[in-house]
Design a protein. Structure first.
Length: 206
């Protein structure tokens, strides 16, 4: 399930980047690294707070990401902040509006997320902003190492199960483009649901 989420896009220069808010401060760390490598001139951090992040980032996900990126040397003039988005669709819509308000109409964006959120983030952007070229990026890290950075294996698995459920369910709701889900991946998803990893699902029981 971990490797299925990773799209393997080749990093290249883009007109703008979007750092998707979450519980994972590593998104902001990696965004700062990619900015330092000159891959984009402007960076949007987007995200309000959720039950997962309310205590961890009391000022909101995007605000904390901005603070962290500033600490890592990204200039304030290069950062736009959307503190309102509470889901991935709003992340994309609000970021697009912020860039437009700044007079920026990118032809390409670098979409930076948690590793296991790459695929769904891409599917959301392709649905809501189909005319832009989307390149996905996440810190290059394996599952076991990632769990150590978060410190909570169950939280990571819960969130991966919820994320895959959305990959399966959201195309019919018009939220994302449809994607192929191999049978073994879907089977693993159902096994994990049956084992009780349902705290981040949209349908807790079936």
């Amino acid at each position: 399930m971990w490797h299925y989420r990773l799209l393997g896009h080749e990093l290249r220069s883009c007109d703008a980047a979007i750092g998707l808010g979450s519980h994972d401060l590593g998104v902001a760390t990696y965004a700062a690294e990619l900015y330092d490598r000159g891959l984009f001139p402007v960076l949007v951090f987007t995200g309000a707070s959720s039950p997962t992040t309310r205590d961890r980032f009391p000022r909101g996900e995007a605000a904390r990401y901005r603070e962290h990126a500033l600490e890592l040397g990204v200039p304030d003039t290069a950062i736009l902040v959307d503190p309102h988005a509470t889901n991935t669709g709003a992340n994309i819509v609000n970021s697009r509006a912020l860039l437009d308000d700044a007079g920026l109409r990118p032809a390409s964006i670098l979409l930076i997320s948690k590793p296991y959120a790459e695929r769904r983030s891409y599917a959301t952007a392709r649905k809501l902003w189909p005319e832009v070229d989307v390149i996905c990026a996440a810190a290059p890290i394996g599952f076991e190492a990632y769990v150590k950075t978060i410190g909570d294996e169950r939280r990571v698995i819960d969130m991966m199960v919820g994320d895959l459920e959305r990959i399966l369910e959201y195309p019919a709701r018009g939220f994302t483009i449809a994607q192929d889900v191999p049978g073994d991946i879907e089977a693993a998803y159902h096994r994990l649901r049956a084992a009780g990893f349902v705290s981040r699902t949209i349908t807790p029981s079936r």
